[in-house]
Design a protein around this ligand. Structure first.
Ligand code: HXC
Length: 514
């Protein structure tokens, strides 16, 4: 064959395989409002940057109806590309080919690109759209999942791992995304569950739709399995690309530096917090009054909204914000908000991203429900995560810092590098009302006018303890600052923390309260 004919032959073969499951299956995919696997990859990576590997891999199934069956690419596309010039490795399951089910060769393709991402120290993006373990390939499929889970764990904390759920992700398949750093879901498209509605009906006799069982909203709002929620695949891809700009390629690097932009004037910091300490405000407005260009890329926006986490930039460099949200449950810590914050703190620590904590909370949420849900175990995670973190850690106490909440939110005692407090800060074991009722119970009960005495004692307590100066007198707070100085002071603190060294005792690993 001449070279020209060889090339034509190659093109023909490529074209054939790139048809995936064929026109009918692709039509069905599109009718469901879903893009094809290849179109998804091409929508994420820079134009012309995608290189596909293992295009001609075929399945290895021999049982049932598999012998002689053609499954193009064995139902998954793998390759490399760039996002805004940064290299990534990517795989996308192709539902049009045997429901994107995972057999031996399908798994080998995924593990190949995972190994590549880890070796090259670049982020991995995995697009999941699959019926799960390929039933006909039995234990080879299960082995494939095991190999993926092992690699997810090996890569954890070394390279960023991003999972995108764009179809079913059923059975044990859900555990790969669950082991990765960020999970993206899309309204009406993503479905994640261990046992599907038909099994639930058979075993428990309960009827539930796939959407109500494990749809996008369920995971973004209720379970906390998803970190980003989008209303379309297009919006989801934009979110992924944005995320990539905030994180480094791997754990030995820092995220890309961007030009500095001053916050926009509509977020005027001194006007945000109400004078009455009982009134709520939106902590995101404070973040936006501090961050470059008032930009804040929120993570897990819909889950445990009493704490706010996400990325912003300070002086062009990525920082992670962790902030109590007084607008929701007064910003208390509970099981879910502790889980949410702890995981994010660990992410930032693993990937060299400094942490800025904004504090305004009355403490941990009291109640039987929380106690029985394990608030001790869950609440401990945030203490562990902050204590363990060695990246620059800076706290600004805005208003309330009571009890366990004060300690947990990156206090000096958990080795914050800098603790700043606004003059409005109230740092105490508990709020004035509760404290006065306990400490002065006798005087209040014996007073001629108990109500007047209670008010007087609350005022006395406020005067003495509900301020930042007692903590400042002990050096627990480094500086009491005026609100409008916050950005300037944080920029300076970040600048002097840039070469931070914090050595800890050698150990195999700690035992965090998972
Ligand atoms: C083999 C599968 C498959 C699977 C789907 N297909 N899932 N083939 N193994 N697990 C095939 C179908 O036979 C069909 O092939 C094509 O994919 C499209 O599937 P449909 O059912 O027509 O599509 P749809 O109606 O959209 O339903 C999608 C679905 C359903 C909800 C995902 O297919 C389903 O419930 N599949 C099984 C899901 C599941 O229980 N998986 C868990 C497996 S156990 P044709 O040739 O007709 O087009 C598991 C354990 C792993 O994953 C443990 C690891 C630790």
């Amino acid at each position: 064959m001449s070279l020209k004919r060889n090339i034509l032959d190659l093109r023909k073969r490529k074209q054939e395989v790139q048809k995936g499951g064929g026109d009918e299956a692709i039509g069905k995919q599109i009718a469901m409002g879903k893009m094809t696997a290849r179109a998804r990859i091409l929508s994420i990576v820079d134009e012309g940057s995608f290189h596909e590997y293992d295009l001609f891999v075929e399945h290895a199934g021999r049982d049932f109806d598999m012998e002689g069956k053609v499954l193009h690419g064995d139902g998954v596309i793998i390759g490399t590309g760039t996002i805004y010039g940064s290299p990534i490795c990517v795989f996308a399951q192709d539902f049009t080919v045997a429901g994107g089910s995972l057999g031996l060769m399908h798994a080998r393709k995924i593990t190949k690109i995972m190994d590549h991402a880890l070796k090259m120290r670049v982020p991995l993006v995995g697009i999941n759209d699959s019926g799960g373990a390929r039933i006909q390939e039995g234990v080879d499929s299960l082995a494939g999942y095991g190999e993926i889970f092992f690699r997810n764990t090996l890569a954890s904390g070394v390279i960023p791992q991003i999972s995108v759920i764009l179809g079913p992700c059923a059975g044990g398949a859900v555990y790969s995304p669950a082991l990765t750093d960020f999970v993206f879901v899309v309204e009406n498209i993503s479905k994640m569950f261990i046992t599907g509605p038909s099994v639930i009906k058979t075993v428990l006799g309960e009827e539930i739709s796939m959407e109500d069982l494990g749809g996008a909203k369920v995971h973004a709002e209720l379970t906390g399995n998803a970190h980003f929620y989008a209303i379309s695949e297009k919006e989801c891809f934009e979110q992924i690309k944005k995320l990539i700009t905030y994180i480094p390629w791997n754990n030995t690097q820092k995220a890309k530096i961007f030009p500095v932009k001053e916050p926009v004037s509509k977020y005027k910091i001194e006007d945000i917090v109400p004078a009455d300490a009982r009134l709520p405000y939106d902590i995101r407005d404070i973040i936006k009054s501090i961050s470059d260009g008032s930009e804040f890329f929120e993570i897990m926006e819909l889950f445990a909204p009493n704490i706010v986490i996400g990325f912003g930039r300070m002086n062009g460099e990525t920082v992670g914000f962790v902030a109590n949200q007084p607008k929701v449950l007064a910003g208390v810590l509970d099981c879910d908000s502790s889980d949410k914050a702890a995981r994010f703190i660990r992410y930032c620590n693993a990937f060299n991203i400094p942490l800025i904590t904004l504090e305004d909370l009355p403490g941990y949420l009291p109640g039987v429900d929380q106690e029985h849900a394990g608030v001790i175990r869950h609440g401990a995670k945030i203490l562990y995560a902050y204590s363990e973190a060695t990246v620059p850690k800076i706290t600004v106490i805005i208003r309330k810092a009571y009890g366990g909440g004060y300690i947990a939110m990156n206090s000096r005692h958990l080795r914050a590098d800098f603790v700043f407090a606004w003059p409005t800060a109230e740092i105490a074991v508990m709020g004035p009302e509760g404290a006065a009722n306990i400490v002065f119970r006798k005087e209040i009960a014996e007073a001629e006018d108990p109500e007047a005495m209670r008010k007087q004692k609350i005022e006395e307590y406020k005067e003495k303890f509900a301020n930042p100066y007692v903590a400042a007198a002990r050096g627990y707070v480094d500086e009491v600052i005026e609100p409008q100085e916050t950005r300037k002071i944080l920029l300076h603190a970040l600048q002097v923390s840039a070469n931070k060294v914090d050595n800890r005792p050698a150990k195999k690993h700690g035992i965090p309260p998972f």
